[in-house]
Design a protein around this ligand. Sequence first.
Ligand SMILES: [Zn+2]
Length: 319
Amino acid sequence: MNSILEKDFQFATNFFNNAIKKDKLFHSYLLTGNNNAAKYAFALNIARILNCTGDKSEDCSCLNCKWIRNNSHPAVMTFSPIDFIHVNDGGKAKDNISVNQARFIKEELNKTSTYHRVLIITDAIEGKEAEEGYLELKKYGIKAPLEAGSTDETERIWAPKSLSVNIFSTETANALLKTIEEPFENVTFFFLANSKEDLIQTIVSRCQCVNVPSSPNKAKDYSIIEKITKNFPAKDNLTAVMMADCVKNISKENDISIQEVLELIENYYGENISNNLGNTKNYRTILTFLNKLEIAKSQIERYVNPDSALEILFFNEKI
Ligand SMILES: [Zn+2]
C-alpha cells in the first residue's frame, strides 16, 4: 500500500520520517485535506512505520506491519462515533464521540505497552453511504477497522469522514484535552478533519497541523511558482501584493485553480521544511506561513474574496 502513499504524499511522509528520525515527533497531529481516505491511510502508514520491527519498507512482513495493514493492531486504534461501540453507552452508534470513549482512551494509555500507540480520531460512516470512501480506502490497500468483539468475517463497508466542531461535547473535549496534555510516552494522536475550522480551537491549538493534499500525484513542477519562492518571505507590502497577483496569474496561465496553486506552494515549502528541520528560524517562518496558507485555502473555499485572502497570506508582519 505504501508505494502509492509514499509517492502521493511525499511531503507529509518526509515530514514524519524526519520527525521520527530526529525524535521531534509531536504528541498530536491534525491531518487536514479533503481526501478522508488518504488522511486515514496516511495515519495508518505512520503508525506502521512507528511500530515496524523490520526495515520499515513498504513490503515489510514483520508482525506489526501485517497487523496494521489488516487494521487489527491492538495499539493502533480508530475512534469515531461508530467505532469502539463497546464503550459507547448502550452499545449503539452515536452522532458524536462519547465521553466514555474519551475515558476509555485515558485508561488504555495508562496501561503500559511496548508498542507505539497511535489513536486515530475521526468521524466515520458505514453501509451504503460509505461505499465511495470505502473503495478509495481499498485503493490504498486499507481495511476498515474491526468492529469491537465482532467475529463477522464479511468485510465492513466503512469510510472515514471529516470531524466537525460538534463531534465532541464539552465534557468529551475536556476529557480528551487532559489526555492529550499528559506526557504519555510513545503515544501519537491523529485528528482527521478537512480544515482547521472543523475542529474546536482548544484541540487545534495543541496539534501540529499537517496537510495531506487532496489532489496528489499531479506533476510537481515548481518552476511555475518560482516568482513566489524567489521573493519569499515578502520584504514589504508591495511585494506581498505582487506575490498575491502572481498566484492569480499562475492560476490563469496554467489553467489550474487558485487552490491548486496554493497546494503547489504548500508542497514546495512542505518539502523544504522536512529537509531543513534543523534550521529553527527557517522552520518557524515556514511553519507560520503554512498555517496561514491553510487559513487562506479554507477562506477561498468559503468564497472569501481571494484578493484579500492572498494579500494577508503573503503579508509578513514581522518584517
Ligand atoms: Zn515491519
